[in-house]
Design a protein around this ligand. Sequence first.
Ligand SMILES: [Zn+2]
Length: 343
Amino acid sequence: MSVKDLIYATAKAGGLFPWAQQKTRDGLCILCYHGLSFTDEHQFRPKLFITPELFRQRMQYLKRSGYTALSLDEALERLQHARLKEKELVITIDDGFYSIAALAAPILKEVGFTATIYVTTYYVERNNPIFRLALQYLFWKTPLNALDCIGLPNDGRNSCPTRGAAADTLLWQLIDVGEARLNEVGRMALAREVARRLEVDFDELVSSRRLSLMSEAEVAKLAEQGFDIQLHTHRHQLPVDPVAARRELHDNRVVLRPLCERPLRHLCYPSGIWSKQLWPVLAAEGVATATTCLPGRNYASTPRLGLKRFLDFQTLPSVIFEAEVSGFSEILRRLAGRAELSR
Ligand SMILES: [Zn+2]
């Protein structure tokens, strides 16, 4: 147990979490998740994928402890009018992985929680694993120590190690070539060829949809079930160039609009990258709120285009999760002066 874990465990045992809950009741906690894991995705990317077992544990903890998950609209309305009650929070899920429809939604329904699901749409329209994620997974998964590079688009080497700095360089060369010069058919052919050479079963990766997003029909079904489907750009990028940013929002909306009835006015910044420079553009495009990956609670005065969230992930100790939702971590941030300065 680390010193930090020990401090949190002692605070919990000393009854400080309910006290913190009271003290931070004017702030809204927004939780952030991404995908759930079918097999080993949580070992590949513990901050991106969480096992269904742990996700269920977290949701059951919240339920058992008296927390309620509100829709983002409802929570922000209550925050604005000082009507937010203790233990009311928001659950957000980024990207729109297939595992959310298959694994997370049933768990959320079990405990009666709603969630906002931010969906990036390029891969919703294509039943393929996300190219850059798939290539990274292949390098992580391979049992081989070296990749035969002959004929691959790289810097001319015949062979490359599959781990370490040289492997990372090659991996990103392949990703860059795929994203800049190939179309989707070419990208999948390249990923399949790399998988063959790395001895990873690409057909299984495709058919299991472990690194794929939901289809349009699956997104529509979640919307029908009451989940709030919202914006996450079309190509998972939000350039600072206003024209390109508008195109991302427009293309994202074109796909999502027929799938859900609620207005598309909440955005999650892709990869947590954001700039205040874009706020006037977002506001003009009808984006009322946007979530970042900055940790902390949100207050009536928090800019709605810079909402804070807490990322829960596979290797996060339960006590840290409990400290965050109780507000104890926020008290520590306030003591450190950071929360006060940014309010
Ligand atoms: Zn994302």
